[in-house]
Design a protein around this ligand. Sequence first.
Ligand code: ZN
Length: 96
Amino acid sequence: MPDSATTHPYHAFQGLFRREQLATGEYQLARRHDAPAAMADPTGRMLKIATVDAGATAICPACASTARGAFVSFVQDLRMAYACPSCTSVVWLPGV
Ligand SMILES: [Zn+2]
């Protein structure tokens, strides 16, 4: 994914999340208080956010590290996005 988004955490998360370092050295994501209500999918289409589950421990599909990332679900779209605090990728997951 040669995407400038992956190198700039703010843009990678589209302003949705802040990356925080814990005392253990791990990173976790917290939702920003001024987070937008929509997120662009890989084609640039804006999707309205339904729910955000931040701070959940998960294995990142992109970098395979275990981290406290955030899952985002959308209104009228079955996909989910996982935001990884380790590699700052946003990985799109097919809906179930
Ligand atoms: Zn990752």
